[in-house]
Design a protein around this ligand. Sequence first.
Ligand SMILES: *[C@@H]1O[C@H](CO)[C@@H](O)[C@H](O)[C@H]1NC(C)=O
Ligand SMILES: *[C@@H]1O[C@H](CO)[C@@H](O)[C@H](O)[C@H]1NC(C)=O
Ligand SMILES: *[C@@H]1O[C@H](CO)[C@@H](O)[C@H](O)[C@H]1NC(C)=O
Ligand SMILES: *[C@@H]1O[C@H](CO)[C@@H](O)[C@H](O)[C@H]1NC(C)=O
Ligand SMILES: *[C@@H]1O[C@H](CO)[C@@H](O)[C@H](O)[C@H]1NC(C)=O
Ligand SMILES: *[C@@H]1O[C@H](CO)[C@@H](O)[C@H](O)[C@H]1NC(C)=O
Length: 472
Amino acid sequence: MVPLFFTLFLGVFSKRLTRLNNDEPLEIGPNYKTLWFTEQLDHINRDPGTINIRVLFSQGSPTAPLFVYTGNEGPITQFYQMTGWLVGTLGPQYNASVAFIEHRYYGESIPSPFSWKYLSTDQVLWDFADIIQQLKPSNSTPVIVFGGSYGGMLAAYFRVKYPQFVDGAIASSAPVLMPQDVNGTSYARISTNDYFNVERDCEGNIHNGFLILDNFIDRPLTYTALENIFNPCQSIQEQGDVLALEDFITGAFQDMSQLDYPYPANVGGLLPGFPVNVSCSIMSQFSQNENMWQALMGFAQINNLVYNWTGNLTCFDIYGGEGSGLDPWTYQTCTELIFPLGQYGLPNDMYPVRPWNYQQWAKMCQGLFGVQPRPDWAPINYGMGTFDVNVTLASASNIVFSYGTLDPWGGGCIQEPINDQTTVIGIKGGAHHLDLRTPNPRDPQSVIYARSREVAMINQWIGQAMEKFARY
Ligand SMILES: *[C@@H]1O[C@H](CO)[C@@H](O)[C@H](O)[C@H]1NC(C)=O
Ligand SMILES: *[C@@H]1O[C@H](CO)[C@@H](O)[C@H](O)[C@H]1NC(C)=O
Ligand SMILES: *[C@@H]1O[C@H](CO)[C@@H](O)[C@H](O)[C@H]1NC(C)=O
Ligand SMILES: *[C@@H]1O[C@H](CO)[C@@H](O)[C@H](O)[C@H]1NC(C)=O
Ligand SMILES: *[C@@H]1O[C@H](CO)[C@@H](O)[C@H](O)[C@H]1NC(C)=O
Ligand SMILES: *[C@@H]1O[C@H](CO)[C@@H](O)[C@H](O)[C@H]1NC(C)=O
């Protein structure tokens, strides 16, 4: 059985920026071809070896711009699917060439023989730079990069590091300032606010359910009842199993706040429109007569809504999302990308208490990969992290930083203006990178406005690029 402290750790793994393992068939448009680019495995020290990087590419007019999605932590097909605004609207509108570049170590862009050594954002940005040079129809083609979430961080990093290769960047829901939140309180707090704002009692109902489970942790006589209510694939035999169950339920609520779109959406699982509102109604139904078993049955309904969307699960794999930790995303969060994520209970949040502990995290990284996190790496390399971005990004230009007010990652996003050359856009009632998704009749006015400002900036950047070229 898994030791207790290890279980506590692993709960954090389920909190990825993007839900993975999308089971839906991915329809890639017929105008997109799959291209492969052979890149140096090690652009920096020139260790021998190459890596093949997958690109989805749609050829546009030779005189039109090149739009590039800077791929993040998953198969590039997934980000193609979540970036419908670029695929279906912007690309065709500008008659642009559009490329979705896969991030090395994800999807089908895996090095062989395998070693973790060449997984770093510097190597990734160099892949992007090199591939963009080859894809440009001509020297004068304006290039705009787009990214959501970690992909948005890469889009912003790319403009900062390679301004000569890219005329502007749309960085949507990019939590570049996450390390400033040293105790990692913001994610759980914003998620909790999403539930509170739908209905005052909703937060209380959910918190109450977690208190009941907390109470059962050291009461083994309740374990059989828990099994009957929650139908876990593993039997509940010890404290760690109850904690894992709590983390599983927490994951469902947190996923829904990240994906609280106003219409049904499928991001690694089909959710109804406004899933936070839907789950508040469920919790309210099951909380009416203040019966603790009823409250837990509300949680079971939530699990069913989020995890059993196919309707064919025979049990719930409460340890399933956790894996061994030996995956590329954990490696990245163990080296360059520090995301403090903690839960503290009331008044910070409604979730079971799981404080962020940097020392424990670093110890785990040492154990898993033999590496130490470098919290100063992103701040120094990209000027984004713990420093005041007004100072470190004083000369940055042509970047839009957008964030949604519902998005738990929003706490790590740039929310205040930096300078006149960059733009910060808050999207009221927007979840995680809503602006990049396919426009929908149920979109709030705020995202329609955000997209129109982004288009205005893109036009300005394209104008600047053409002017610059005309001068030579
Ligand atoms: C877009 O570009 C293609 C390829 O050059 C060209 O055939 C087509 O006419 C262009 N469409 C528009 C609307 O400019
Ligand atoms: C983080 O938590 C520690 C321990 O509870 C506390 O002393 C410190 O003030 C907190 N830091 C911030 C910035 O909230
Ligand atoms: C869901 O709750 C939000 C408040 O966060 C509210 O603005 C929205 O109208 C609600 N949607 C529905 C369909 O009830
Ligand atoms: C999943 O949903 C189906 C259809 O509603 C239901 O029959 C089944 O019992 C659910 N699975 C679990 C583990 O609850
Ligand atoms: C459940 O349904 C999904 C989607 O239809 C399918 O991919 C999956 O294999 C099914 N799982 C089981 C256990 O039958
Ligand atoms: C950063 O600079 C912008 C633009 O000059 C200014 O509006 C903002 O107040 C500054 N923020 C901080 C924290 O100094």
